[in-house]
Write a protein that binds this ligand. Sequence first.
Ligand code: NAI
Length: 469
Amino acid sequence: MVVGELAQETDLVVIGGGPGGYVAAFKAADLGIQTTLVEENELLGGVCLREGCIPSKALLHVAHLLESARQAEDFGVSFKEPRIDVDKLRKWKESVVAKLCGGVKTLAKARKVEVVQGRGVFEDSRSLRIEGGGRLKFKNAIIATGSRPKSLPAALVPPECCVDSTGALDLRDIPKRLLVIGGGYIGLELGQVYAALGSKVTVLEVLDRVLLGADEDIARPLVARLKKQFEAILTGAKLEKCVKDGKEVKVTFAHDGKTKSETFDRVLVSVGRQPNIENLGLEKTKVKVSERGFIEIDRQCRTADKHIFAIGDVVGGAMLAHKASREGIVAAEVIAGHKAEFDARAIPAVVYTSPEVAWCGLTEDECRQKGLDYTVGKFPWGASGRAIAMGRPEGLTKIIADKQSKRVLGVGIVGEHAGDLIAECVLAMEMGALADDIAMSIHPHPSISETVMEAAEGVFGSAIHALRK
Ligand code: NAI
């Protein structure tokens, strides 16, 4: 089938070409299913590749480089103050995105997945209208339309006063003073990028601490570093209004029992994401949407409409690319007639700041809330030769295990490369590992991965390189 030409009938149509949708389409094609991928953007890859995970990581890489160059002074190596060519930096980031989006297109072509550019709208449970041309009859469909940034009420933050993550990643210029509303994944990652590039960054968070998803001891080393890099992290702060004042924005908020006003050159709103379920024609199908606005699915990723599946951010849960991809594989396998279901024991969460913060399984907060009988093994990176040699000893690795069986319930890591280290812990949890299994696996020396082994030893109170309690 030729890419771009619209077939009248297809065995499977996947709506949305992000890391959920394209992975589902590729897996289905690999399983011998005739597949059409409908994507309204001219680039495949979704928010993740175009304006999310990938461009932010390209910029975080540069932020890390700048910070490392500054830190090198401690080791006796001095660089001149960096000169930042924003246009060149933006072009480099765009080239990273273009390369990866092009790669996805090549993979689609090689698999003979028909890619149709346009917006898909259901006409009924078996057919889809492509806005801008054509109709498609399908045997099965997978909805993978993703999510978009949540906005705050216009009375609070008028749209002309702020940008969302997409706007911030555009990197038009480097604002002198940046206000980040929301101290979650996006706020902290992009706040750190702009701080490294020279902006004075203030974070305004409504809750009493940032990065609420992670345990406080795991978030603490990151917060300590951010406090040095940012102008301020205001927790328990309530936004009252934003008013455009020429090129600046005057922001009023309540903090510490007082009402304060400050002026910023840019305001980034990063208060979460919301599913894209509107104008999809779902009302013409039997697909059910929950009160919170997510499409309801069963463990096979099937909606209430037998032949329509849904995956990724649009079904809620962890709104993360890797979770969407796994669901995409499950949906494709189910459609191919396999006995498959989404049964992940651990979905890793990673905040790609420096230090990185990563966790999987249950956090200690969740264990406490559930009233579980658990025990914790911690290994502070101040005792890791590799972390000290890198000049980054602020990390912490923590393993939470069931008190009786010592089965691993969850892991939290903060420190350089925590996002890579967590993969071992996900595998351990998927295999039902006990803390002993990790402790008895020989880890390479000198590596940061040893902190996982030592934290597992810590579950038994005997981490070799830590002081005994
Ligand atoms: P988030 O849910 O991580 O954090 C939003 C923060 O905003 C929360 O701390 C919340 O308490 C706060 N907030 C909400 N309303 C507020 C208000 N009116 N004033 C002040 N603070 C307020 O959401 P974020 O950072 O926008 O990211 C959205 C999603 O995107 C994440 O949940 C994640 O799924 C995904 N993402 C993942 C990344 C990764 O895997 N590294 C990176 C970036 C985003």
